[in-house]
Design a protein around this ligand. Sequence first.
Ligand SMILES: *Cc1c(COP(=O)(O)O)cnc(C)c1O
Length: 301
Amino acid sequence: MTSRTPLAPRLPSPLQEVGDERFGRHGLRLLLKRDDLIHPDLIGNKWRKLVPNIEAAHGRPLVTFGGAYSNHLRATAAAGRLLGLPTTGVVRGQELAGRPLNPSLARCAADGMRLHFVDRSTYRHKTEPRTLAAILRAAGAEEAYVVPEGGSNSAAVHGCRALGEELRGHAGVVAVACGTGGTLAGLAAGLAAGQRALGVPVLRGGFLERDIQQLQERAFGARTGSWSLDERFHFGGYARTTPELHAFAEDFERRHGLPVERLYVAKLLYGLVALADEGAFPRGTTIAAVVTGRPFAEDRA
Ligand SMILES: *Cc1c(COP(=O)(O)O)cnc(C)c1O
């Protein structure tokens, strides 16, 4: 298994208490579950979701899907470089083809990922068997192992169960930002009785409750664990931010020295401060916020 040592993780990821009076004054403790420290290139939940899929691929090339700024595409490309595995990224947006690559896609390409751009309508239908087959044929990836968008399938959900297990006995509430919801689906299943998981979706739409339930039904046979979503903190939708969110994140970085990823982690932490203020958590509650990522270096340049 020497070929897999480049993906060796730091697990369990560190759990750190931070003193923050916005929680302290309500009798709450805040812990940070530092999944951003699991691996330098497969960051946070991306390691937990991707490694089980790489094992299932048994050395086949990987093909996966994402938007132009997808953390999942970057993680997959990095895994390909580290393992010497060919990767193909199917990217949403035909109009991006032939233009200079943005920093995120440039990183994917530098890691050896072949990029295949598809129009938005094709992308939307990519899980339908005929559309998928056509995409794979056009991308020259018919033999590849297919990792779904965001990496969320049953293997990934099982991988994220370990995140919940690592947090048993440490917090009453475990909170995580949600994209596809695969991380929450696994996390909630790994917690002990009496612990609950709280998801903060970063996309608009209200479809995630159903998606997460489906992911759990496929992975575990039924809805599992105690979990709920608070849909109020998406800040306009995926990859949308506001000056208020940036100011909040900068302030959090100054207070605690934590680099705050803006598209997911900032929205989660903002939501937790708002909920604490609303009195949503009983005094004495310990809240663990999962730090699922860190800022992409090129974004800050
Ligand atoms: C991908 C990602 C998520 C979302 O994970 P899902 O399992 O798709 O819900 C959350 N935070 C960060 C930083 C991510 O990169």
